[in-house]
Design a protein around this ligand. Structure first.
Ligand SMILES: C[S@@+](CC[C@H](N)C(=O)[O-])C[C@H]1O[C@@H](n2cnc3c(N)ncnc32)[C@H](O)[C@@H]1O
Length: 326
């Protein structure tokens, strides 16, 4: 989710919680246990700012918190000092406002039905509406011709179109096992909606025709774990919130699949999310875990950086890691 802001207002008998993201504003009046959970999470921030405040407003993009007491705000160094408290409030609000799994939904993220349900119920909290900035920056800095490029768990295909625009590839293939994802990716690629939504150079015209560098685009409905058995091999693969979507016990298998689908010398460039929360998806991972997994699967680590240009809601939590298949 590209979170812009969230607000909390204490009222008689309930709490009003509101989040604003790229898709607009949604709010809910919370009562009982839900209200108590959010208030408990917000208490340290409220006490730090103004114990008498009956509302808090967090502007994630501008990095400022305002309390409902005239003149009380935290920005700059004060915001940084309170960042852990701010995160707790935002997390508690999001946990209450984003719909949770229904009892009859498939429980495992290895099942495409799990993701179909998420797509069908609009719980695409990961959606940025554009390619992840750190990956777009890496691709812009490495415009070398690539014969075949792959984007795993491509969702709406923002990274596919970004790649096809930026590098001259024979083909850029986006793979996702949820039919809703592939349908959405094809629709965006066919009608240029993404360009109209302000994604700039990542926009696309008819399938493949929007690829300025001449790359053909293909979206395929397939399970990433079946790709090693398919005949195609790639010299570049991009990873953005697919690794964090798979069950942690399948991570070594994922690394082996990526090794199998890349040609020797091929690169896997991934944005790995270390949000530090328990459970998932998204499942958190550390830089060390990523390095160990992929080195064990036959990769060399060619570059690691804490991404300086993550979206605000993931700031300081993403590792941009470049892996070379040996
Ligand atoms: C969190 S979403 C991210 C989508 C996209 N990468 C983005 O960041 O906008 C994860 C996507 O990976 C897909 N996915 C999860 N496991 C997969 C698998 N084993 N094979 C193919 N797709 C998978 C899901 O269907 C979902 O669309």
């Amino acid at each position: 989710m590209d979170l812009r802001s969230c607000k909390l207002r204490w009222a008689a008998g309930h709490v009003r919680a509101v989040v604003v993201d790229a898709g607009g504003e949604r709010g809910r009046d919370l009562e009982g246990a839900a209200a108590a959970r959010v208030l408990a999470a917000a208490e340290p921030l409220r006490v730090a700012l103004a114990a008498g405040a009956d509302a808090l407003s967090i502007d994630v993009g501008d990095r400022v918190v305002r309390a409902s007491v005239p003149g009380v705000r935290a920005d700059g160094a004060r915001f940084v000092a309170l960042e852990a408290e701010v995160r707790e409030v935002a997390r508690a609000i999001l946990n209450e406002l984003l719909p949770s799994r229904a009892a009859d939904e498939p429980a495992t993220p290895s099942d495409p039905a799990f993701w179909s349900m998420i797509w069908q119920t609009g719980r695409d909290g990961w959606e940025l509406g554009r390619a992840a900035p750190p990956l777009a920056r890496w691709v812009a800095a490495h415009p070398a011709r690539r014969a075949r490029a792959l984007v795993v768990g491509c969702g709406r295909g923002h990274e596919v179109r970004m790649l096809a625009q930026a590098v001259a590839a024979e083909v850029v293939v986006g793979v996702d096992f949820a039919p809703e994802a592939i349908e959405a990716a094809r629709a965006l690629t066919a009608d240029g909606t993404e360009a109209a939504a302000g994604a700039g150079a990542a926009g696309a015209g008819a399938a493949g025709a929007g690829a300025a560098a001449g790359s053909r685009i293909e979206f395929r409905q397939a399970d990433v774990f079946t790709l090693a058995a398919a005949p195609e091999r790639y010299d570049l693969a991009l990873e953005h919130t697919c690794f964090c979507a798979i069950a942690p016990e399948r991570r070594a298998e994922y690394a082996r699949v990526m090794q199998a689908v890349l040609v020797p010398g091929g690169r896997l460039v991934g944005l790995f999310w270390q949000h530090g929360r328990a459970g998932g998806p998204p499942f958190s991972v550390t830089r060390d875990e990523v390095e160990q997994l992929f080195v064990a699967a036959g990769f060399a680590v060619a570059g690691v950086e804490k991404a300086p240009d993550s979206v605000a809601s993931r700031a300081g939590q993403e590792w941009l890691i470049e892996l070379v298949r040996e």
